[in-house]
Design a protein around this ligand. Sequence first.
Ligand code: BGC
Length: 775
Amino acid sequence: MKNYYKKDEWQIIEEGFHPEMNRESESIFSIGNGYMGQRANFEEQYSGDSMQGSYVAGVYYPDKTRVGWWKNGYPEYFAKVLNAPNWIGIDISIEGKEIDLAKTKILSFSRTLNMKEGYLERIFRVAVSKNKIIEINCRRFLSMAEPDLGIIRYTVKSVDYEGLLDFTIYIDGDVKNEDTNYGEKFWMEVGKKINGNEGFLITATLKTDFHVATGMKFEFFKDNRNIPVKTDTVEREKYIAGKVSIEIGKGEEISLFKYVSVLSSLNTKKEMLVTDIKSRLMAAKEIGYQKLLLDHIKEWEKIWATSDVVIEGDLSAQQAIRFNIFHINQTYTGKDERLNIGPKGFTGEKYGGSTYWDTEAFVLPFFLKTADQKVGRNLLLYRYKHLDKSIANAAKLGFKKGAALYPMVTMSGEECHNEWEITFEEIHRNGAIAFAIFNYIRHTGDNQYMTDYGLEVLIGISRFWSQRATFSENLKKYVILGVTGPNEYENNVNNNWYTNSLAVWTLSYTLKNIGTLEKESPEKLAALYKKIDFNFPEETTRWEKLISNMQLPFDNVRKIFLQQDGFLDKELKPANSIPVDERPINQHWSWDRILRSCFIKQADVLQGLYLFEDEFDTETIKRNYDFYEPMTVHESSLSPCIHSIVASSIGNIEKAYELYLRTARLDLDDYNNEVSHGLHITSMAGTWLAIVEGFGRMRIKDGKVILNPLIPSKWQSYSFHSRFRGILFEVKVTKNSICVINNSHESLNLIISGEDYMIEKSGKLVLNLKLDFFS
Ligand code: BGC
């Protein structure tokens, strides 16, 4: 579906209605505000193919695990983000004929996502029958300023019809997930009321007992004047509606404003839901559509002011990067440490809306550089608060004494994924969580976090690595057996280089921080030891042995790290030897064939070289890149961004650009043929990193910002915002200059192409560099 959406700097535009693309577009045009999200389903009736999706952050259902063969240690459930009560519903009919875009004659149709201002708009003209043509302009947004509010303006213009328009404005809680394991519905009704133009429905989730109140209030306008209407009400199980008939004349326009508030028991006491929903609806109507929209746009202005990327000379790349930035910010606002970022955000059901290692490895670095420090801190606290459950999770698998194994997939801190190779084997996630602490502190300088929370998490994870590694008499090395690395096209391998490297790194970093706290605040360290029953130095002595003697597979001939023991025994072939009609291989080949092949789903060794780049010279990184990139099929969205960054780091700008386009337009051009399931929200952060850490080659090292930018030949310039320890700055790179503007009240120290610079507060630095610098 390349080039299906029209290219525009700030908008995604679909022209013409193509029902076969509807599910894809429902994902692409999704809106959200961190608190809730909504796929781009239609307000009015639609009997064609569609995946309904209204989601409320943090509200989930533990769907009983379904597997062919039960294995001890499997979690009891797979958490599912719930398709919540449908709040957008507005049915409309003329003389008994309902408008349904699957049946009604469509004369024109466009759907636009305005990313600058954060709203979705549809404009379409339909002929209900001869002399009954109407045009509908429908705009909706989920307020960034008032996160419980969703607002719809639904304007109907009559082209040649005179008569009654019949509206049914409703909330429908009788919804289900497409991906239920046992076909169950997850909501039950707790209460409802509809009174004239106002009503609410209270539903509760089975098992988890989250209560959600969904309320609506609506009003009609003609010629900017409120028109009084008579509303008939409808009530049935999990459903409320108001029915209104309004006279419309030729050329006239009628606007319906539907104000919706969604409150959940995560934030409002159950017994207060009815009172609060009423007052929220009253407040929304009083503030009114215009002001609510303006306040919402102002919030988006603030977000864009610190996260926008401007690319001159490449509209396709420009549109794509904004699309990525827009969706990440719609998914997570960082205000609530109980929430996290599902790989599909609020755009689909796949991955259950749960938290994966994606958060620490991809999304955290984005927020560290574009948002207030509190956002990154909340992401870390989310894991800190799950430490006890991670210890319990490890204990369930047979680990002892405070060893923490964070879940691969979670909602509440408990593991909720049930494929053995992922649940039991993808232990590299523990390393990402440890590395995130380091990453947060190097960006923010918040050392206190280490003392208050970080070290306890690090020790838990180090204890896990210490127990998970065993000593091989054969190799005379510590080994980590039976794992799955990031490349999920290999299972149960021994000594995955990436996993083992992370284990060693975590142990060293933990020891270093124990040493620091010992010096700076021995009493705090003693209190921590006591709290977690830590035996010093018995436990750390073993860690030291592991650090100095871990098996890190290496090929002495090619001088490359081996993805795992025995990798070279495979038949090594480049991915471009796979026939085009067999790609993606995960949709064409048997699992057995995939596992035996050399093809790599996603960055694995390269993921490690990305993290630990400082430990290797460019030649080493290049050798590994040249070996692994040709075999990588990039069938995980998390892959091309990392390969792009590594390609930039070794100066391979052409390849970096090719991979950049693939990551940036992954969803817009549906590279992996799966956008109908939802968007790849977590890898969108990786796309941003492919510009800033990739082309910009920005690093944070030894308390300084380092820049060594490159520029793709197609681009005239690009600029991005970033922050470092509270200092906001902007970088603009052209083919022959670099400009850095310090937008803060403190001076900024940085190194550009190896030279030290200091930019005064509110100052600007312009360096003219020769073109060949960018080669
Ligand atoms: C990837 C994982 C990732 C998950 C969710 C999988 O396809 O292989 O690394 O965590 O998707 O994004």
